[in-house]
Design a binder for this molecule. Structure first.
Ligand code: HXC
Length: 296
């Protein structure tokens, strides 16, 4: 795919990507670094973050710094943001990418399962945005926030209800704060990706299927999943100068999957209890592997 942006486009920008050690977050962080931004990534697994930072800097030079944090903890978020400000001045951009999700019949969720997802997506995205936004207002910085959502913020997410509810809340945060913080020049936008296969998401949303499995293409008029470069280009566009008047929007990038077939998991109503038991086991074992690596 051709490079859309000139070298140095993001020079002078300082951008934090939550969940930047893996998946979509890592991809966006790489593009920001490649185009000249100073990058910070945070997550719960310090070793994963440090490996990513090392690999990205070896490839592109520049600076990627890491913070291990659980964004469900407001005080930990504020401490991290304060440390970043102290490290080299205000951030100019924040990407709320970190998420938690797994498919499950809603009747089988426990309150703790709901809270695990809502804590990361709903509360965590707010804590991050609030910690940056209040400092931007105080410092007179025209910061920019991008939140990674999904198209089910518009039509609901059967079998992913905690995620759908939480991301719908973040969509409304985006619109509310675009209006409230517009007078300060602060922008908030969101991206609603269709399927862009990553290990973390696929282990929890399509367990047992490889990330290039065919089923994710069902119902997508373009007949394919997204390419990372396409997502990165949109995330870079939204973060760059030149679209200062663009705020409060959630942009789908999904090959028209949402328009054609809803883009959610309603097809899972065909699964038997036994199939759900198998799925649950696969998801739990992926969760346990990740958890063993956590440092916070
Ligand atoms: C039912 C489940 C479950 C499952 C976990 N739980 N897996 N319940 N079915 N398959 C329940 C547990 O039983 C427990 O409740 C509760 O959830 C908390 O589980 P923990 O593992 O202790 O939680 P925690 O360590 O906090 O982990 C949070 C997590 C985990 C959300 C459960 O998956 C995680 O950390 N995920 C981060 C990465 C991620 O999810 N990436 C995918 C994002 S994709 P009880 O009561 O039993 O103790 C995305 C949208 C993509 O966001 C859209 C694409 C179109």
């Amino acid at each position: 795919m051709p490079t859309m942006f000139r070298d140095g486009l993001l020079k002078g920008k300082r951008i934090l990507v939550s969940g930047g050690g893996t998946g979509l977050g890592r991809e966006m962080a790489e593009d920001y670094l490649r185009l000249g931004a100073e990058v910070y990534i945070c997550g719960r697994r310090k070793n994963v973050l440090d490996d990513t930072a090392k690999e990205l800097m070896a490839k592109h030079g520049g600076s990627v710094k890491t913070h291990s944090v659980d964004i469900r903890v407001a005080a930990a978020v504020d401490d991290m943001i304060s440390a970043i400000w102290a490290d080299g001045g205000p951030l100019t951009g924040l990407v709320n990418n970190a998420a938690g999700n797994f498919i499950s019949p809603t009747k089988d969720l426990t309150p703790k399962g709901f809270d695990a997802i809502a804590g990361i997506v709903f509360h965590g995205s707010f804590y991050m945005t609030h910690a940056c936004g209040r400092r931007w207002i105080e410092d007179g910085v025209k910061g920019s926030v991008i939140s990674i959502l999904t198209t089910w913020v518009w039509n609901g997410g059967p079998f992913t209800v905690p995620s759908a509810m939480s991301k719908a809340g973040v969509n409304i945060m985006t619109k509310s704060l675009a209006a409230e913080w517009g007078p300060y020049g602060i922008r908030l936008n969101a991206i609603a990706p269709g399927p862009f296969p990553t290990k973390g998401a696929w282990e929890r949303l399509s367990p047992g299927q490889s990330t290039d499995g065919d089923t994710s293409r069902d119902g997508i008029p373009m007949g394919r999943v997204g390419e990372m470069d396409e997502l990165k280009n949109l995330a870079t566009f939204l973060m760059s100068d030149g679209c200062d008047y663009l705020t409060g929007q959630c942009i789908a990038i999904d090959g028209a999957g949402f328009n054609a077939s809803g883009g959610n998991f309603s097809r899972l109503s065909k699964l038997s209890e036994e199939e759900w038991d198998n799925m649950r086991e696969m998801i739990r074992s992926a969760n346990d592997k990740d958890k063993a690596q956590r440092s916070v």
